[in-house]
Design a protein around this ligand. Structure first.
Ligand SMILES: Cc1ncc(COP(=O)(O)O)c(C=O)c1O
Length: 338
């Protein structure tokens, strides 16, 4: 049995999602004429309580467009040292955005007003790079799928307002936060100037992310999407998958969270295993004495996980993992520890 826990990006479209894609009404989205993309963008803007939204090929592009649209080269972006754009987006912040980064240690992949405030630079002195954007991640990937409290978001908003900064949320897994908390997507989004989420992770779509914000910001982001070659023609095929996922794949994220909890519970307390922090959603990060040996042994039983350091590794639960696979993964991990 193969149990691929490396990432929730591994999900494949279900037969019903494929049927929705096949039936999609399409047009040329670069001309703004794909009715399914247009419907999706309007729907998501409404769900997030924003003026407008833009469908893009990836979470990487969504983050980059948010930064490009709200900064100028030479500005500074503040984010957690665990943030995805800082670690895994090929240095695009510097290479494409021309931005300086000020990283904050934070905890659980999150940053707070108290941690960020000392690093905000707002001065007429032309020697200094001005801080322009604070970027947060909800849920946090390297932080073990943790969820921001609304209180922390409110405080970050106040800091942004006091310094004329923009607050961006990389909500690649925003709906994992929604189903696990008592908040709606709009309640999380209301503190942010820009927010994006991915369809191609827990929501189970083959491709696609979306960025939302004001009409003016989305207009600028749209221009940068074109500049970066991110215009997709009959993208309604992909938008149909996204619409299907919004209708059918949000509530089921709870199943992924339950399986992640059961996985952790089954391994917690075993000799050599250390869980570093809470894992409230679908990402479990833990430590073992020798990660490559552990991953090799589990891999021999068909259970795949990703190393995150000499001792640390990550298991992610998603649409393509059922209870029988969970049981097999637990057995293989127990075996790999002996
Ligand atoms: C938190 C977070 N942000 C952004 C991304 C980038 O998404 P994509 O792979 O679609 O570029 C990922 C991908 O795993 C992610 O985990």
């Amino acid at each position: 049995m193969m149990v691929d826990l490396r990432s929730d990006t591994l999900t494949r479209p279900t037969p019903a999602m494929r049927a929705a894609m096949a039936a999609a009404e399409v047009g040329d989205d670069v001309f703004g004429e794909d009715p399914t993309v247009n419907r999706l963008q309007e729907r998501v803007a409404k769900v997030l309580g924003k003026e407008a939204a833009l469908f893009v090929p990836s979470g990487t592009m969504a983050n980059l467009l948010a930064f490009l649209a709200q900064t100028r080269p030479g500005d500074t972006l503040i984010l957690s040292e665990d943030a995805h754009p800082y670690n895994y987006e090929a240095g695009n912040i510097a290479a494409v955005g021309g931005l300086m980064t000020r990283t904050i240690k934070g905890s659980l992949g999150q940053i707070t007003r108290a941690e960020v405030e000392p690093y905000v630079v707002q001065t007429p002195d032309h020697h200094y790079s001005q801080t322009r954007v604070i970027s947060i991640e909800n849920t946090t990937n390297r932080g073990g799928g943790n969820i921001y409290s609304l209180e922390t978001l409110r405080e970050l908003r106040e800091l942004a307002d006091a310094n004329r900064l923009k607050l961006h949320c990389d909500g690649a897994r925003l709906f994992n936060a929604v189903v696990e908390s008592k908040y709606t997507a709009a309640e999380f989004a209301k503190y942010c100037d820009s927010i994006c989420f991915c369809f191609s992770k827990g929501l189970g779509c083959p491709v696609g992310s979306i960025l939302a914000g004001t009409c003016d910001m989305i207009e600028v982001a749209h221009r940068f999407r074109t500049m970066l070659g991110g215009g997709m023609r009959q993208a309604g095929l992909l938008a149909a998958a996204a619409n299907y996922a919004l209708d059918n794949h949000i509530e089921r994220l709870r199943d992924d969270h339950r399986r992640a909890r059961e996985f952790r519970k089954a391994l917690e307390g075993l000799p050599g295993v250390n869980f570093l922090f809470p894992n409230p959603t679908n990402i479990v990060i833990f430590e073992v004495p020798d990660v490559m040996q552990f991953i090799g042994k589990a891999g021999g039983e068909g259970v795949l996980m990703i190393p995150m350091g000499p001792k640390r590794l990550r298991a992610v639960f998603h649409l393509d993992i059922d209870d029988a696979m969970l049981a097999h993964a637990i057995k293989a991990c127990r075996g790999a520890l002996t």
